[in-house]
Design a protein around this ligand. Sequence first.
Ligand SMILES: [Fe+2]
Length: 95
Amino acid sequence: MGRLREGLPRGGWIDAGLGPHTFSRVDQKLHNYILFEHHMNLPVFQEPVMALDCWEHAFMIDYGIKKADYLDAFFKNVNWKVAEERLAKYSKHVR
Ligand SMILES: [Fe+2]
């Protein structure tokens, strides 16, 4: 879990958009991206480890304007075991 947490962006995370956290098949490192569309400009040679959707449609129904509560709930519910398993799987393929 330490490696994954170290790779997460610090501070404000993202304002809006989709924030995929990926493992790069090119440099074999974790990367964070901010995508403003779900279907455009997707980074290539990346394996998804986890993603956070910060568009209003992802949280307004349940959290209203309380995006911080949404982010807290997101991190409380991350299945770190699954994320670690994905990272281990991708890391194994590039060695
Ligand atoms: Fe979305």
